[in-house]
Write a protein that binds this ligand. Structure first.
Ligand code: ARG
Length: 583
């Protein structure tokens, strides 16, 4: 099923051809949702944009388009406004028909995307032996939502965790580990707090020249496949991996780990190929690539270093190798990197190098999806009360604990009794959902202030508000003894009241929103859509009796309720948030 806007676009294209000839085939009808409901639902600016080409006044062009426009089954007669806008208002009968169609459709009428290719999403990607921080939390939440949306559209999504599991920092960690425990005892080894372990190693590295030298040797040993070094490295990775997994389980996020070490054997060839292409310039022993548009404050060119003077490779070299691998071996047609905006330069640099090298075919898109910082309520970097970095696990546990307190207070006020299992489940879904939703509902490019109070508020654009809207609708079915699963599939939908029409139109816009997110990768659009949906639902529910309505109207309104609930459930699932039947 085409979305309404798609269908209208098709009809406009036909009208343009009928009015002005084949020349205009493929012309963009410039159809957008109306800026104000008083202008109707959609507006086309085609007449204005064609004035020059056709050499006629826009109103005359608009007249001619309308004469050839066959949309009587969808819209009321089109209106020309202002200098030549064409305003369209959707007919209730059309909306009724569309709603009937999606009533029994598990995708709620959302079509799959047109060209179903492989998409790689590189997200989360924390660093081994370091704490996963809020930046990684954002990447995990945003990346997962984008993955869910593209998967829902039918794309073959490869969710890659590009963990930082390679590099010179492993030298000091390995030496610190080897000197603490004999290799034979590794099975029993408890590294305690890995972050503490990292700090200790770093301290020795910075203060002890001898240790530093041993660390350097350990890096070489690791890279040449030395068994002891390899075992130590694996231990460190395993231990980190288990820590990360706790967070992924809590967030219900799936990832395939393919860390930096995976591409290690491919790095020499990357540099060799770049050299063959004549892109590499040696500078004080380092292999550099100079690029347009990258200079330091003094205006000196800032090169991308692909191999250091000691022979070591860089973050960017690995990214170049992984880019090639993803295109050649994984067959990716779109590669999406979700990281903090601070890495924007890194991405535009290595994209530029890959382009110069001819490694990005025309049919492959590479995109950096940047996001802003998470700040504390003081507007500064998020810290604990004692001034330390916030551990993700503590942050998520705190959200769950607060959701539980809110719930227990509410239960007391309402005099309700619930089982311990119920309370634990609601607290978990609300707590985690609130953290995710708070992150996703902001335009990702801006910074946002982390506030438990705001994200757990039952009012406003929050997860609890959305979950509650869903629960409220399930309450209607319980109260009326109605099984939403068995509403008459042939029930006639009647849209008589203004609030019913407004709600119906909104429900039918889901596929437009999803195809927008497919393009601009901004999940906050979906949050905004869902928020407006529940507001429109509440307005409808305030004005229109449902259970007390007469029979036909009752069934029709129940279908509206059910479709609203299903849309919320589907929308939230695309944000990685499950619904609750009661809360
Ligand atoms: N490990 C990096 C970090 O913590 C993120 C990696 C992002 N992905 C990539 N292909 N560079 O900042």
């Amino acid at each position: 099923m085409n979305s309404t806007i798609e269908e209208l676009k098709n009809r406009f294209e036909q009208a343009l051809i009928a009015a002005f000839g084949q020349d205009l085939a493929g012309t963009d009808p410039m159809l957008v949702p109306a800026s104000n409901p008083k202008f109707g639902d959609y507006q086309s600016n085609a007449a204005l944009s064609l004035t020059k080409k056709l050499g006629k006044p826009p109103r005359a062009i608009a007249e001619q388009i309308i004469q050839n426009l066959d949309i009587a089954d969808i819209c009321q007669p089109p209106q020309i406004a202002g200098p030549g806008f064409i305003n369209l208002t959707i007919q209730p009968a059309y909306l009724e028909g569309q709603l009937s169609q999606i009533q029994t459709n598990s995708r709620l009428g959302v079509p799959t995307a047109k060209h179903l290719q492989r998409v790689v999403i590189d997200f989360s990607s924390p660093n081994i032996a370091k704490e996963m921080h809020v930046g990684h939390l954002r990447s995990t939440i945003i990346g997962d939502s984008i993955a869910r949306i593209l998967e829902f559209q039918g794309y073959d999504v490869l969710r890659l965790n590009h963990v930082g599991d390679w590099g010179t920092q492993f030298g000091m960690l390995i030496v610190h580990l080897l000197e603490a425990e004999p290799v034979s005892d590794y099975d029993l080894l408890d590294l305690g707090d890995l972050v503490q372990f990292y700090r200790e190693a770093k301290k020795r590295f910075d203060s002890d020249e001898d240790f530093k030298e041993r660390s350097r040797k350990a890096v070489v040993a690791l890279q040449s496949g030395d068994q002891e070094a390899q075992i130590a490295w694996k231990i460190l990775c395993d231990k980190s991996r288990r820590e990360f997994q706790i967070i992924y389980d809590l967030l219900d996020v799936r990832l395939i780990e393919r860390g930096e070490s995976f591409y290690n054997p491919l790095l020499p060839l990357v540099v060799e190929d770049l050299e063959k292409l004549g892109l590499v310039v040696e500078n004080a022993g380092a292999k550099c690539i100079f690029l347009e548009g990258f200079t330091n404050k003094e205006g000196q060119p800032l090169p991308l270093i692909v191999q250091k003077s000691d022979g070591g490779y860089n973050y960017a070299t690995t990214d170049l190798a992984s880019l090639r691998y993803r295109i050649q071996e994984d067959g990716a047609k779109r590669i999406i990197y979700v990281t903090d905006a601070g890495q924007a330069n890194h991405f535009s640099q290595f994209f530029q190098v890959a382009r110069k090298a001819g490694w990005i075919p025309d049919d492959v898109a590479v995109v950096h999806v940047p996001f802003g910082l998470v700040q504390g309520e003081d507007g500064k970097k998020l810290k604990t009360r004692s001034g330390e970095t916030v551990r993700l696990r503590d942050l998520l546990d705190e959200a769950i604990a607060r959701a539980r307190t809110d719930l227990e207070n509410r239960l007391k006020e309402e005099g309700r009794q619930e089982t311990a299992e119920f309370i634990a489940n609601v607290a978990q879904v609300v707590g985690i959902g609130a953290v995710k939703y708070a992150d996703l509902s902001q335009n990702r490019t801006s910074n946002y202030i982390f506030s438990y109070d705001r994200m757990l508020n039952l009012q406003g654009n929050t997860a609890p508000y959305m979950l509650y809207a869903y629960v409220r609708i399930q309450g209607i079915s319980r109260k009326g003894g109605i099984d939403f699963e068995h509403l008459d599939p042939d029930a006639k939908i009647i849209l008589a009241e203004e609030t019913e029409l407004v709600l119906a139109k909104h429900i039918l816009q889901l596929s437009e929103v999803i195809s927008q997110v497919e393009v601009d990768l901004l999940p906050n659009r979906l949050c905004q859509y869902l928020f407006e949906l529940s507001q429109k639902f509440n307005q409808f529910y305030d004005r229109c009796p449902v259970l007390k309505a007469e029979k036909n109207q009752q069934t029709s309104r129940l279908v509206l309720c059910d479709l609203t609930a299903k849309t919320i459930k589907l929308g939230l699932s695309l944000l990685g948030i499950p619904v609750l039947e009661r809360m």
